[in-house]
Design a protein around this ligand. Structure first.
Ligand SMILES: CCCCCCCCCC(=O)SCCNC(=O)CCNC(=O)[C@H](O)C(C)(C)COP(=O)(O)OP(=O)(O)OC[C@H]1O[C@@H](n2cnc3c(N)ncnc32)[C@H](O)[C@@H]1OP(=O)(O)O
Length: 248
């Protein structure tokens, strides 16, 4: 089913060709622009909702308007989550993904890049809607960012797997509203298992959080992929041991 191609993109960037043909790519591309625009507008609404200081009557009026808009969208909506869809370029996309989904206003959205060595990178700034400790990013969101950026590591190796564990260490509070940089890299490939590490750095280049994780290609997905590229010796493609990212 999966037509695996070694590209510089993650599944969320359409790294996998879809087995399903697109009937009208031009119309679908226009729809994608509209969907992305809606998500961006609702994302801004969520941020404004957290930060607004307008008075109660105005808030009630806005809530009523938002409820009207919600009903308008639900007039034609699918029952459950999006899962994987074919985009206008004929690639498989997870537009509902909570971290990178193009259609998801909850997603920051992260833009994760990477290469065939399994190194991944993402510049991001998180706003008021992601607050945990006052002024700082919620620890669960920190872990979610690391999960996504480290989870892109196996995808870039052609072994898209699910997180078996993600061990996160919080070194210092991660600031809101300031540029952050998250990186992931492969430590070891062992058959269908990819061990990855990563970190988030703040604008002063200080590590705020780091993680080590195991991603496993689920049994149900293995028949759709090539044989595993690694072996029990734990040699990562293109290197012998852990591949640390180069300094930015
Ligand atoms: C096509 C893939 C789609 C990718 C989507 C991207 C997702 C983005 C990242 C996420 O957020 S994923 C969401 C959070 N993670 C989950 O919900 C995963 C839930 N767990 C599972 O579905 C299964 O437990 C799992 C896929 C991780 C493994 O189950 P399997 O039945 O496919 O494999 P199995 O249990 O036979 O284990 C395979 C190997 O992994 C090892 N393993 C599995 N879980 C482990 C664990 N927790 N710790 C250490 N090792 C583990 C296991 O020992 C074994 O090692 P060996 O091959 O050497 O014998």
């Amino acid at each position: 089913m999966f037509n695996r191609e070694r590209t510089r993109r993650h599944m969320t960037d359409g790294a996998f060709a879809s087995p399903f043909p697109v009937e009208d790519p031009v119309a679908l591309a226009a729809l994608e622009v509209a969907q992305s625009g809606l998500a961006a507008a609702v994302r801004a609404l969520a941020d404004a909702t957290v930060r607004t200081r307008v008075a109660a009557p105005d808030l009630a009026a806005v809530a009523e308007q938002v409820e009207t808009l919600t009903a308008r969208l639900l007039a034609e909506a699918q029952e459950g989550p999006l899962g994987l869809e074919t985009d206008s370029a004929g690639r498989l996309r997870d537009h509902g993904n909570a971290m990178v989904g193009m259609r998801n206003p909850i997603a920051p959205p992260l833009v994760v890049t990477g290469d065939e060595s399994g190194s991944t990178s993402c510049a991001l700034t998180l706003g008021a809607g992601y607050e945990g400790p006052p002024g700082y990013v919620h620890g669960g969101i920190v872990a979610a960012v690391l999960d996504q950026v480290l989870g892109s590591v196996p995808a870039h190796l052609g072994l898209p797997g699910m997180t078996a564990y993600l061990n996160t260490t919080y070194r210092r509070p991660t600031p809101l509203g300031a540029p952050l940089h998250c990186r992931g890299w492969v430590e070891r490939v062992d058959g269908w298992k990819v061990h990855a590490r990563g970190e988030i750095r703040d604008a002063q280049d200080l590590v705020t959080a780091e993680a080590e994780a195991l991603f496993v290609v689920p049994r149900w997905a293995r028949e759709h992929l090539d044989r595993p590229t690694g072996d029990a010796a734990g040699t990562a493609p293109g290197g012998e041991a852990a591949q640390e990212p180069s300094a930015s």
